[in-house]
Design a protein around this ligand. Structure first.
Ligand SMILES: NC(=O)c1ccc[n+]([C@@H]2O[C@H](COP(=O)([O-])OP(=O)(O)OC[C@H]3O[C@@H](n4cnc5c(N)ncnc54)[C@H](O)[C@@H]3O)[C@@H](O)[C@H]2O)c1
Length: 467
């Protein structure tokens, strides 16, 4: 494996999980469900990994996230890299540098899918290739971990779901927060009624840098000699080589899905896992390109408003999504669930529940019309009010705030990959299958359609169809 770093040991992995369990059981909100979740995995990995348990993987798309995913996947005991694919030569060279010459490398993903020694593929290409490679991989009998958004177009979703069902192989979509213990805790608190009846979710991503706005460092040797441009645009209308369209692909609708497909999808996945929602029924968005005028054809400031219906899983609520790549906040990420009795705020590594119950009595005085009436009338109104409402009815009886922090060193990405490889081994359901992935991606892609076509989009979340 890695020439530079020793392969992670089963002991390291168990240490990570044991740390999780201890921190959770000692925390202010020790949850049995979480302890069980972690302990189950410890038992699983205390099992000796035999040759039969080994999972050979290949990565298709060895850019930022391909490398990230690979790093994490290799921490799961029994997982090993056998092949990698990319369209830029420098990235294949880097694979050899990191993992050795024995790793098979190619610019043709079909050669990866044809290999008998590949059990599972991680697909981390630009968005326009996700559905195509996923379907072909499943048809070739490979298990698939595919990055979000699962599809580039809404029209591709049903085909991916059908291909997964027909193949009977495991498929996980890569929104790692779906596996996070913070989101599991939020789910538990929301379901137990801590914030009452949900009516609104506000989710925000703000950034304030060129890298944050997707202008990544380009290699100095970028050209058609090092980039397989023809393969990159295969199946698309032909267009001349453009390094920006390859290395900054997120900025172009032809290859990426804008801020909605890149970032709204994380916020939606998080909202769906907490509420058990299948999705919204109406989608509207607005935006503008106000700063990063580098040739991109997608907005850098965007807001989406999605309406979720009343269902057995949750009350009707409105989800507002906001991305701002020119933010004087300096950058931030928040997701706030607002119910009629409190809020859940999720930040980077934890959450806070704040309670606020409305008083039974409507209130009198303060910012009120009371003081504008004659003195005698005010006294009479106050007397009547105090006779009508008891002291208890006049004040709100709020519980204490709840703060939950994930254990130090906890990694949701590792949990997401662990869940995937567990499912590959045991056949049990993953946390983020193709249906979940499509239900999270489609409303985000509809935000783009709403922005570009200036209209409200209707969506049937149960049957996953535009209405
Ligand atoms: N889960 C997360 O938190 C997260 C974070 C970042 C990116 N992502 C997702 O990961 C994917 C990759 O993003 P990135 O930032 O790594 O992009 P990147 O540009 O760094 O890497 C993409 C790579 O895919 C390769 N590629 C494109 N088409 C290919 C094809 N047909 N065959 C083989 N290789 C091909 C390119 O050569 C490039 O090296 C995107 O879909 C993105 O949305 C997810």
């Amino acid at each position: 494996m890695s020439k530079k770093t020793p392969p992670p040991s089963r002991r390291d992995f168990i240490k990570h999980l044991t740390g999780t369990t201890l921190a959770l059981s000692l925390g202010p909100l020790a949850s049995l469900a979480h302890q069980q979740k972690a302990e189950e995995r410890i038992i699983q990995y205390q099992k000796k990994i035999t040759v039969n348990d080994r999972i050979n993987i290949a990565v298709i798309g060895m850019g930022i996230m391909g490398n990230n995913n690979l790093n994490t996947a290799l921490k799961v005991p029994g997982v090993q890299l056998v092949a990698a694919c990319d369209l830029y030569t420098g990235r294949l060279q880097r694979v050899k540098e990191l993992y050795g010459d024995a790793i098979f490398t190619t610019n043709d993903y079909r050669k990866i899918l044809a290999r008998q020694d590949v059990d599972a593929v991680i697909i981390a290409t630009s968005d326009q290739w996700h559905a195509r490679i996923t379907k072909e991989a499943l048809q070739k009998g490979k298990h698939v971990y595919c990055e979000k958004p699962m599809v580039h177009f809404i029209s591709e979703g049903q085909g991916v779901i059908a291909a997964q069902k027909a193949s009977n192989k495991t498929m996980q979509v890569g929104s790692q927060r779906v596996s996070s213990i913070v989101y599991a805790k939020a789910h538990e608190l929301y379901k137990s009624g801590e914030i009452g009846k949900l009516n609104m979710v506000n989710a925000i991503y703000h950034r304030q840098s060129a890298l944050g706005a997707w202008e990544y460092t380009m290699p100095p040797d970028a050209s058609t000699a090092t980039v397989d441009w023809e393969r990159y645009i295969a199946g698309m209308p032909t267009m001349p080589y453009d390094a920006k369209k390859f290395f900054w692909w997120r900025n172009y609708r032809e290859f990426g899905t804008g801020v909605a497909g890149d970032l709204f999808v994380h916020l939606l996945s998080g909202t769906h896992v907490i509420t058990d929602s299948k999705g919204p029924v109406s989608i509207y968005s607005s935006g503008q390109l106000c700063y990063w005028k580098d040739g991109r054809n997608v907005p850098d400031v965007m807001t989406g408003i999605l309406n979720y219906p009343d269902t057995p899983e949750h009350s009707a609520f409105q989800l507002s999504l906001q991305v701002n790549f020119v933010s004087g906040t300096g950058g931030m990420e928040t997701i706030r669930f607002i119910g009629d009795e409190g809020t859940i705020d999720i930040d980077g590594d934890g959450l806070t529940v704040h309670h606020s119950k409305m008083t039974v009595a409507p209130g009198i005085g303060g910012w009120d019309a009371l003081s504008s009436y004659p003195k005698a009338m005010q006294d009479e109104l106050l007397q009547t009010y105090n006779q009508k409402y008891t002291a208890g009815q006049q004040k709100s009886d709020n519980k204490q705030d709840i703060v939950f922090k994930q254990p130090k060193g906890y990694d949701e990405h590792l949990d997401h990959h662990t869940n995937f490889f567990d499912s590959v081994r045991t056949g049990k359901q993953v946390v983020e299958n193709a249906t979940f992935g499509f239900r999270a991606a489609a409303p985000c892609l509809a935000c783009n359609d709403s922005y570009f076509e200036k209209k409200i989009i209707g969506w049937d979340p149960e049957n996953m169809k535009l209405t």
